[in-house]
Design a protein around this ligand. Structure first.
Ligand SMILES: [Zn+2]
Length: 251
């Protein structure tokens, strides 16, 4: 490629499309949801799977057209198809669906005549109001439950370690279950409330331990293991089942 002259600008990228991918010649054609990204700081053409969107994300550096992205995608078609197939199916929030809370499935029961809200009772999630508002009420309930369950766990671990977080925030993050900022602010994905209580507790302990050790040094791991044994089991659970929590309320 000559490096003289102005770079050719790529045609505007469609944001999302469904590509028909054929991993093996003569093999089955699989639909591949595709999202294009072209951030100014990208250095190379790359592929990754977005477990939330259930799509492959193709990133193009400035001046590179989509043909290069499609070529990379076709070269890795087998990998992409396998990763997409392995994604947990989206869980639609609808009457009869079972949403885990503390790792225990709770069926969604809808009573259109009841007040427009969601509440947990008798191992089920009861939702009132019109069907169109049901998903919003269930998501709001999950967020509230997350706060209700995460805050006492923070207080318990913080008291053990003699630390106090500056603030606590709940978010809907894609890649991290929790974080600890240098100013002492803790943040958690509210989706962690769907995991078994011991997994959620371990995620909380991890971030609270960062209030003493803002690093992943041997000292940090020793501190965490002292207040929350079972690190490997929690990590294994999150690796295996965590992506499924990201799919609740999609589709
Ligand atoms: Zn950490």
């Amino acid at each position: 490629m000559p490096d003289s002259g102005p770079p050719r600008l790529p045609a505007p990228l469609p944001q999302e499309e469904i590509l028909r991918l054929q991993p093996r010649p003569g093999g089955p054609v699989v639909p591949c949801p595709l999202v294009w990204r072209a951030p100014a700081r990208a250095r190379r053409v790359s592929l990754r799977i977005d477990p939330v969107a259930g799509a492959v994300v193709v990133t193009l550096p400035p001046g590179v057209g989509r043909r290069a992205g499609l070529a990379l995608l076709r070269r890795h078609a087998g990998w992409v198809a396998a990763r997409l197939a392995a994604l947990a199916p989206p869980l639609r929030l609808a009457p009869g669906a079972a949403v885990p809370l503390g790792g225990v499935p709770h069926a969604i029961l809808h009573s259109p005549g009841a007040p427009a809200a969601a509440l947990v009772e008798g191992g089920a999630i009861h939702v009132g109001g019109p069907a169109s508002t049901l998903p919003g009420h269930v998501l709001a309930l999950l967020r509230d439950e997350a706060g209700r369950r995460i805050r006492p766990a923070i207080r318990r671990h913080a008291a053990t370690l003699g630390v106090v977080p500056r603030a606590v925030r709940l978010k809907d993050t894609r890649s991290r279950w929790g974080s600890c900022a240098p100013d002492g602010t803790l943040a958690f994905s509210w989706r962690i409330v769907m995991a078994p209580a011991w997994v959620m507790d371990h995620v909380v302990a991890h971030e609270v331990a960062h209030l003493r050790e803002l690093n992943h040094s041997p000292r940090f791991w020793a501190l965490l293991d002292a207040i929350s044994p079972g690190r490997e089991a929690a990590q294994a659970w999150l690796r295996e089942k965590g992506p499924g929590l990201l799919r609740v309320g999609r589709g």
